[in-house]
Write a protein that binds this ligand. Structure first.
Ligand code: AMP
Ligand code: MG
Length: 459
């Protein structure tokens, strides 16, 4: 028996200028931290009884599975609003796509060595961001949020040099419906490559939105997917942290977990990213930034339309549906958090949030306490809420007990750097069953001395 994944690599069949074929750079001594066997099974992967050493070789890039066709994807993007005409997979490689039924999933190695898009970077990742992305993305999946997934994590047995000194190297294997970004469209639009744009739009429609008939329909579908996604983030207190157009997936999945966070104390202005000095990607700005990003996608699709002036008008109307879709989804999600039906007045949730900000209440525990029927204070508000006869059973499946808070992840990383992955596996078990009761240490907000106020775009 051997390892088998049902590869069928449609992106690799696009024109050459979409990517650079490139293999991973081998590492010294790969060692398996985690392998997501449930996800592998869902993807139609048969490990053939592979042992940890074989899996470590495969998911470090030291061995290439049969059927893979490794490549680095090229894209551009607006980073903090500034246009960058060429980015790309600088520390990642697409191994290929596995096909299960009609669905395709990218299998990508992150931290697998330099590519033509690495610029000044080493193409590597250190352990911290690998563990963070594993936990964050699996938590989001368990919470029902569209997201890339984590299939495996390995240490490389090599050190990578970062500002603070040498750190243990690691590789994350990531799974996504695709890694096609708003920035992928922008890259070809900026070069005036209409032929590539058309091929990309066709590829994306076939792959993600088969019911879409042309660029306008595609834009409508992406707008809706993004509006729903951002509403979900907001309902969980999730802050992406770096919503550049190259970090926004066309599939509507959460992608590129860098300086992201589930906030502790609620405040709409919360920012954790050390590089987001102006607060562009603050919690409360996320909907308007998503819309700004969609406007960039719309601009990139205009060249595909026969009448460009008419297209600008039509596309403007389409992306402006974002607000209604977002508001409806937000209202539905926050109503559920309060144990109410979708027709509940959103003002009730708004007023709770205002109170939470004033009183500096923890986002996750406050909502969970409501779901448990506990007293949170806010007597007048609670009286009004009770008049709506909430169903707490609904609230209990909408408000997680455990989310991977920054201080919990920090603890996992500190132990991991010392070679102890016990805390990683313990936290993983909790966050993948986020609505189940858990020990106090996983539920409570950080103590003042544990609080993490800044995250780094760890690479
Ligand atoms: P990200 O923070 O993942 O959105 O990355 C922004 C850009 O920097 C992408 O084009 C990455 O491929 C590139 N990049 C980030 N870290 C590295 C690294 N260690 N080596 C090479 N390129 C990198
Ligand atoms: Mg990125």
């Amino acid at each position: 028996m051997t390892f088998h994944a049902p590869f069928d690599n449609s992106y690799a069949r696009l024109p050459d200028r979409f990517f650079t074929r490139q293999g991973p750079t081998p590492v010294a001594a790969p060692s398996l931290i985690a392998f997501n066997a449930d996800l592998a099974r869902d993807l139609g992967i048969d490990t053939g009884g592979a042992d940890a050493a074989t899996l470590a070789a495969l998911f470090s890039g030291n061995a290439i599975p049969e059927g893979a066709a490794p490549l680095a994807q090229v894209y551009g993007g607006h980073q903090f609003g500034n246009w960058n005409p060429q980015l790309g997979d600088g520390r990642a490689l697409l191994l290929g796509e596995v096909k299960t039924g009609t669905q395709r999933f990218d299998i990508q190695l992150k931290g697998s060595g330099p590519t033509p898009y690495s610029r000044m970077g080493d193409g590597r990742a250190w352990l911290g961001p690998v563990l963070r992305e594993y936990l964050m993305s699996e938590a989001m999946a368990a919470l029902g949020v569209p997201t890339t997934r984590a299939l495996a994590a390995v240490t490389t047995g090599e050190e990578v040099l970062r500002e603070t000194g040498p750190l243990p190297g690691a590789v994350l294997t990531r799974v996504a419906a695709s890694h096609i970004r708003v920035g992928t469209f922008q890259y070809f639009a900026a070069r005036g490559d209409r032929e590539a744009l058309a091929a990309l739009a066709d590829h994306v429609i076939t792959r993600h939105y088969p019911e879409a008939d042309g660029p306008a329909d595609l834009l409508r579908a992406v707008t809706e997917a993004q509006a729903r996604l951002i509403a979900k983030w907001m309902s969980l207190g999730f802050i992406h942290g770096v919503m550049n157009t190259d970090n926004m997936a066309i599939s509507g999945e959460t992608i590129d977990y860098g300086p992201c966070a589930f906030m502790d104390i609620y405040h709409p202005g919360k920012v954790f990213s050390s590089i987001d000095r102006g607060g562009r990607y603050a919690y409360g700005n996320q909907p308007q930034i998503a819309l700004w990003n969609l406007a960039q996608l719309a601009s990139s699709l205009v060249p595909l339309m026969p009448d460009q002036d008419a297209a600008v008008e039509e596309f403007t109307t389409i992306i402006n549906t974002f607000g209604d879709v977002y508001q409806a989804e937000w209202t539905r999600l926050f109503a559920a958090k309060l144990g109410l039906g979708p027709d509940a007045d959103p003002d009730l949730a708004m007023r709770l949030l205002t109170w939470m900000a004033e009183e500096q209440r923890d986002f996750t525990t406050t909502f969970r306490a409501l779901a448990e029927g506990e007293d949170i204070g806010a007597e007048d508000w609670r009286a009004e809420w009770h008049e709506q006869t909430p169903d707490l059973a609904i609230a209990r499946v909408a408000n997680p007990v455990v989310v991977p808070r920054l201080h919990l992840i920090e603890g996992v990383i500190t132990a991991g750097v010392q070679g102890d992955f016990g805390p990683f596996h313990d936290l993983l078990a909790r966050i993948t069953a986020p609505f189940e009761d858990a020990p106090e240490a996983y539920r409570r907000p950080p103590q003042p001395e544990e609080e993490v106020t800044r995250t780094f775009c760890g690479t």
